[in-house]
Design a protein around this ligand. Structure first.
Ligand code: SAH
Length: 244
């Protein structure tokens, strides 16, 4: 059975967009995944097909109406009750590779894309199954690029989509670390040489070098990741919680 993505958006023409080419595009043609959009505006009930209104309490911009968005979400859930529903919002929990892997192992997902100032909060109170996720600490003009990024991350993990099966498991974040640095020919470039150990053919030594560079770079570049990892590693066997 193929991985089914349903996208709720005001701009259905943005999909599959960049996911229609290269690896994901070929997988789409093969039927490894499918992409269906629902136009949020189709769930508006007034004659102007209104999807937004001014923010309660005042302020700039417009807010997506909870009644319209909830009707669109309900329709998506009816179509694919087994798929998790992810709402794109900078107020959500940052999406992680672990969550992506879990979703890619499942039947598909429903992605809800915001616009303007975002969603009426009552949507999330009334539909607690909706997961609020963020792409990171940045603000996009709409949820569509976040949905495309999340979908891309899932698709590359689907069986048969990537060339070598190991390329999915050796990447950054799969073991709580950044990946080690990569090199390829030419051997010499602008006076710089590929590290000797990578040319040694000694697989154990190469693995040890890569592990140590992974740890070194994670500690320097991503102290947040490093702390989580040391937290897990240093946890006493009794299961007592590491301090937050
Ligand atoms: N007023 C909101 C931002 C709205 S941006 C706030 O300050 O939190 C408009 C839409 O873009 C959002 O509804 C959301 O769907 C999308 N978006 C913006 N930044 C995002 C991010 N970091 N992750 C996921 N979606 C994002």
């Amino acid at each position: 059975m193929s991985f089914a993505a349903t996208i709720l958006t005001l701009y259905p023409e943005m999909f599959p967009g960049p996911l229609g080419v290269s690896l994901a595009g070929r997988a789409l043609e093969r039927g490894d995944w499918s992409c269906e959009t629902l136009q949020i505006r189709d769930f508006a009930t007034d004659k102007h097909r209104t999807v937004d209104d001014t923010p309660a309490g005042g302020g700039a911009g417009m807010v997506l109406k909870c009644d319209v968005v909830a009707a669109a979400v309900d329709r998506a859930v009816e179509l694919r009750p087994e798929a998790p529903v992810l709402a794109m919002t900078p107020r959500g929990a940052p999406i992680s590779q672990a969550r992506i892997r879990a979703i890619a192992d499942g039947p598909g997902l429903t992605l809800l894309c915001g616009r303007f100032e975002g969603f009426d909060e009552r949507l999330f109170e009334a539909r607690p199954a909706i997961e609020q996720v963020s792409l990171g600490d940045l603000v996009l003009s709409g949820g569509e690029p976040a949905a495309l990024a999340i979908l891309d991350a899932c698709i590359r993990l689907l069986p048969g989509v990537m060339g070598a099966p190991s390329s999915g498991t050796e990447e950054s974040f799969e073991n709580g670390l950044l990946e080690y640095p990569q090199y390829t020919r030419p051997q010499q470039w602008e006076g710089r040489t590929i590290p000797e150990v990578l040319r040694s053919g000694d697989h154990a030594k190469i693995a040890a070098w890569r592990q140590s560079r992974s740890e070194h770079d994670t500690r320097l570049r991503r102290p947040d990741l490093w702390e989580c990892r040391s937290g897990v590693r240093d946890q006493p066997a009794s299961g007592a919680r590491h301090k937050d």
